[in-house]
Ligand binder design. Structure first.
Ligand code: TMP
Length: 209
């Protein structure tokens, strides 16, 4: 595939949406063709699944959740991500496979069995396809949760409503996942101005565009 696949990851209220929008504008001003998308969602079929996962308070276990996220992801890959990469676009995705590993694999505790199952599940839906580049926006969950709770009109609170230990586990999980591949993952401190975070992202991007 000739395009570039870039994912943004992190806990709640880390500012991913703002940063992804700024990066899209910067890349477009360089003449790039950019697709901005998100998970869960991004394609018609996956957007149909999204409300099940992010709203309400269903008491699913991690594997059940992961199966739903994976069904949405497969639809998103087939209908949106892979065709855009084939066209040579830069695809910017707000969350992807690393969110599944962090939220479903570590959020409720460091569970080796589910982590292995999640790897197998990912392989089943995407084979050896992985992002070219991943930005992890790192923030203390107390600050991040306050930011996202202050956001007016946010009805997608299913994960935000998990207790603080869940969110602390996530933060540690993202930092641990990033150690697996120092070339793909870039950890950016998100507790600074929007402009500073954007500049750090652009510094990394300069190697790719
Ligand atoms: P968002 O808040 O970035 O829109 O993401 C929706 C929620 O879904 C967020 O709380 C993180 C969660 N999530 C998972 O638990 N596993 C996943 O695989 C993905 C993509 C998101």
């Amino acid at each position: 595939m000739s395009g570039l696949f870039i994912t943004f990851e992190g806990g709640e209220g880390a500012g991913k949406s703002t940063q992804i929008r700024l990066l899209k504008e910067a890349l477009e001003s360089l003449g790039k063709n950019v697709l901005l998308t998100r998970e869960p969602g991004g394609s018609e079929g996956a957007e149909t699944i999204r409300p099940l996962l992010v709203s309400g308070n269903s008491d699913w276990d991690s594997l059940t959740e992961a199966l739903l996220f994976s069904a949405a992801r497969r639809d998103h890959l087939v209908h949106k991500i892979w065709p855009a990469l084939k066209r040579g676009s830069v695809v910017l995705c707000d969350r992807f496979m690393d969110s599944t590993m962090a939220y479903q694999g570590y959020g409720r505790g460091d569970n080796k069995l589910i982590q292995t199952q999640l790897q197998q599940l990912y392989q089943m839906i995407a084979s050896d396809f992985v992002p070219d580049l991943t930005f992890i926006l790192d923030i203390d969950p107390i600050i991040g949760l306050k930011r996202s709770c202050d956001r007016a009109g946010n009805t997608e609170r299913r994960f935000e409503n998990m207790d603080i230990s869940f969110h602390q586990n996530l933060r540690q999980a993202f930092l641990k996942i990033a150690k697996n591949d120092s070339k793909r993952y870039h950890i950016i401190c998100a507790d600074q101005s929007v402009e500073n975070v954007h500049q750090q992202i652009m510094k990394v991007m300069n190697e790719y565009v």
